[in-house]
Design a protein around this ligand. Structure first.
Ligand code: URA
Length: 493
């Protein structure tokens, strides 16, 4: 290039977009070709001391560029690529002659612009996601400092985001090339720093780690995807990252525990079981044809249970595996009535065999009542649920469903003729008495039905299971035990 005058442009910093734009305008209006320009940053490039200074802005209309270009150029200029200033000026030069250039994705300059821009935007996303502030010890008012290592010159470009997000906080972000400081009113971009200048831990760290552990879902662990989103180079600055290797190691065990605790999906033979159990042809109204009302003539519990398998009194039969009828001696003194079969009861076809059933059994035993001596049934005979993935989430039956199923409950009570019926929770009260009563206020009391049957009111065992606080759980279990002791005394009297 000897013999051709060269122009040296000295920018104030590696991401000095205003300086670049200013110089590019002057060069372009003076028709200085890209190959005659050398771009320098700060004090670099003494070799070019003899190059021409920038020409002043020439008179006349400034060339127009596509609207998107300045914004794209501002992003690409933050890239670490040493050729970026020259590339952008070359593009500007070409755009003044080829206005549609940016639409040609296969053009080498356009493709490179897209690559640079994308890398800078991605780096910015990482900065926004992975900057972690730590409070400087004993700073008053509190000051927070973060250390971050971006790939490109993105601090100034992304600092306004942190101003908006942490407006009320005094903070500094340190990086090897630049820093950003917000004192509550003013943002200052300064020189780079060293990692040791930032605190490594603060008092909130343990709390944050506990939170992170508790939201970590081992069943959704995808190590490769996680590392693509959170590359390892950021880990050393993230307090939660120290927990990740251990959590990955324990993920298998943790998800096994979650699966064990999950309600089960119906087994594969659910549909064939349904087909077999529903074999009786139904009429247009959904009632099995032939003998009229199924169960109407039943004189034994077995016959009644058999008829209940064809029940179409409400729509719950459609999704349940089977009707779960009561179980126990036909002459029991005591009848316990629950709400409806749960996930496990629906599959087993027996009442109270799941978690609530296990608690019920253990309290019954402590109260001195033998489960095999009592009749156990539910206000509603079909499992009501909403499917969520593979899980079936319990739904409370509504008043219409309870009313429809009362027909079966009354039949059961008419055959067993117990001395006392025990309503376990609100739905059972509704089923036994035909009206709602407040369980917590009325528990421990006995109410007489019009037909003379005495009904003892208490809670449902799943209420105890749902309590999180161990002390409260123990206290409620003890109260439930007291209720069942009272039931035993009343049935014996
Ligand atoms: N809950 C009930 O109310 N009944 C059952 O059979 C099981 C759980």
């Amino acid at each position: 290039m000897s013999g051709v005058a060269r122009h040296a442009v000295r920018l104030s910093g590696p991401a000095d977009f205003d300086g670049w734009r200013n110089a590019a305008r002057r060069l372009l209006t003076n028709a200085v070709a890209p190959e005659r320009v050398v771009w320098l940053v700060g004090g670099e490039g003494d070799l070019f001391a003899g190059a021409h200074m920038l020409p002043p802005l020439a008179a006349g209309a400034a060339p127009t560029v596509p609207r998107a270009f300045p914004e794209r150029a501002a992003a690409a200029l933050c890239h670490r690529d040493p050729e970026r200033f020259a590339l952008l000026y070359r593009l500007l030069w070409r755009l003044s002659r080829e206005p549609g250039l940016l639409d040609i994705a296969s053009d080498a300059d356009v493709a490179r612009l897209a690559r640079l821009e994308k890398a800078v935007r991605r780096d910015g996303h990482k900065m926004r996601a992975f900057v972690r502030f730590r409070r400087l010890a004993e700073s008053d008012p509190p000051r927070h400092v973060a250390w971050f290592e971006p790939d490109h010159h993105i601090v100034e470009r992304n600092a306004p985001f942190f101003v908006r997000r942490f407006t009320g906080m005094r903070w500094t972000i340190l990086t090897p090339d630049a820093s950003a400081d917000w004192d509550g009113t003013r943002l200052t971009i300064g020189p780079g720093a060293r990692r040791e200048d930032a605190p490594c831990e603060d008092a909130a760290e343990a709390l944050w780690q506990t939170y992170f552990t508790s939201i970590f879902n081992p069943a959704r662990l995808k190590v490769k995807a996680m590392q693509a989103e959170m590359p390892k180079k950021y880990w050393r600055n993230l307090p939660e990252a120290r927990l990740i290797p251990e959590m990955i190691r324990g993920a298998g065990r943790a998800s096994d525990r979650m699966i064990e605790a999950m309600p089960s999906a119906p087994p594969a033979h659910h549909h064939s079981l349904q087909r077999r159990l529903w074999a009786a042809p139904a009429d247009a109204a959904g009632r099995p044809s032939g003998s009229g009302e199924p169960g109407a003539d039943a004189t034994t519990l077995d016959a009644l249970a058999h008829a209940a398998a064809d029940c179409r009194r409400c729509p719950l039969w459609r999704d349940a595996t089977q009707a779960v009828f009561g179980e126990g001696p036909g002459d029991a003194r005591l009848v316990f009535v629950g709400e409806q079969p749960g996930d496990q009861e629906d599959i087993a076809g027996k009442p109270f065999v799941g978690p609530a059933g296990r608690l019920f059994d253990s309290v019954l035993e402590e109260a001195g009542i033998e489960r095999r001596s009592v009749y156990v049934t539910n206000a509603v005979k079909h499992f009501k649920f909403t499917p969520r993935g593979k899980r079936r989430i319990h739904q409370k039956p509504n008043a219409g469903e309870v009313r429809a199923c009362r027909w079966w409950l009354d039949k059961e009570l008419g055959l067993v003729r117990p001395r006392l019926a025990v309503a376990l929770g609100a739905t059972a009260i509704q089923g036994l008495l035909g009206k709602a009563l407040p369980v917590t206020r009325m528990r421990g009391r006995t109410v007489q039905r019009d037909d003379g049957l005495a009904v003892f009111l208490t809670i449902h065992p799943s209420y105890v299971l749902r309590l999180r606080d161990e002390a409260e759980k123990a206290a409620e279990r003890a109260r439930f035990l007291d209720d069942l002791r009272a039931v035993r005394a009343a049935a014996a009297a």
